[in-house]
Design a protein around this ligand. Structure first.
Ligand code: FES
Length: 317
């Protein structure tokens, strides 16, 4: 996979749990172009193990002199977010993937309703730059748990003016989804990024109010869950490998030197899909990509976020 060599140009502590990182191209040239809602996968070598985590690009797509990402320190970090917070310093160099957009704005949308929860604000930062540039009609609704956890609020207030609405949970402020989603003009698109409960609530409400499915957009990269270790056989590579408790199947495949496809590494895009040739146990699907019928068939698995509970698992890779 083609990667970009970057250098960390600046780090800013934005909230007690969020740091903002600025990356520039190691060779000093402009970085590849991207559109609002794109993400990159940051590749870090931590104690001999490669960690790859997706992060949304936050800066304006018009400025490719630098990329901006924000990282929330996870309470149950498998290493990546903690390392970004504790060890990454200005001047450090590492590799990132080229930007990919799995959460793009609908170009023909007459109006755009953006709903963010917590660190889910990040993809909207670049989308807003695109919306402002094209003069599109939009509203940004941003919920966070307490004032100190509201990242980039003053920047958004200044940049979005009356289109910006924020809700501080500790002040008892709540986003009224019924009101918001029942009164929008035809041709409006809704976008949500944030915690699972928020994403589920927005999708459900929008569907209940009859929004067309292709006007409802969500992004929620899932972190691979920690689970019981298990073994798997890689049929085409002729290898038997162990998936440790804190590693995803995809990471274990990569650690064994086998090349595997991916885009989001968060159970969303479907790119990492593998065929299951044999299993004698249960597949623990954690992705948002496969249909319920596909999950029940036990024929496919998304190794970036899913696991298995079995004695025997043979994959076509
Ligand atoms: S890499 Fe996107 S679903 Fe696995």
């Amino acid at each position: 996979m083609n990667m970009i060599n970057i250098k960390v140009a600046a780090i800013e502590q934005v909230t007690p749990l969020v740091k903002h990182f600025t990356f520039v191209n190691k060779d000093g040239t402009a970085l590849p172009a991207f559109s609002g809602g794109s993400h990159v996968v940051v590749s870090l070598d931590i104690n001999g193990r490669v960690h790859r985590n997706p992060y949304s690009l936050m800066g304006s797509p018009e400025d490719t002199s630098a990329y901006h990402i924000s990282v929330r320190k996870q309470e149950k970090s498998r290493g990546g977010s903690e390392y970004m917070h504790e060890n990454v310093a200005v001047g450090m160099q590492f590799k990132i993937t080229y930007p990919v957009n799995l959460f793009s704005l609908a170009k023909k949308g007459r109006k755009h309703i953006l709903i963010a929860g917590g660190i889910g604000i990040t993809p909207f930062m670049s989308q807003i730059a695109d919306l402002k540039r094209t003069g599109a009609d939009y509203e940004l609704h941003y919920a966070f748990r307490s004032p100190e956890h509201g990242a980039f609020v003053s920047e958004l207030e200044q940049g979005c003016g009356t289109k910006f609405h924020c809700y501080t949970d500790s002040n008892g402020e709540r986003l009224n989804l019924d009101e918001l989603l029942s009164q929008q003009p035809l041709g409006t698109h809704v976008y949500v990024c944030g915690p699972n409960s928020m994403v589920v609530a927005v999708l459900e409400k929008a569907r209940n109010f009859g929004w067309p499915e292709n006007h409802i957009h969500s992004e929620q990269f899932l972190a691979p869950p920690i689970g019981e270790p298990f073994k798997m056989q890689l049929a085409r590579s002729n290898k038997e490998i162990l998936v440790p408790a804190e590693m995803s199947m995809l990471e274990a495949i990569e650690a064994a030197g086998v090349e595997a496809d991916f885009l989001c590494r968060g159970g969303v895009c479907g790119r990492c899909e593998l065929q299951v040739l044999e299993t004698d146990g249960a597949l623990m699907h954690n992705d948002h990509f496969l249909t319920d019928a596909e999950k029940a068939s036990c024929k496919k698995i998304m190794p970036c976020v899913s696991r298995a509970k079995c004695e025997r698992l043979v994959l076509d890779i």
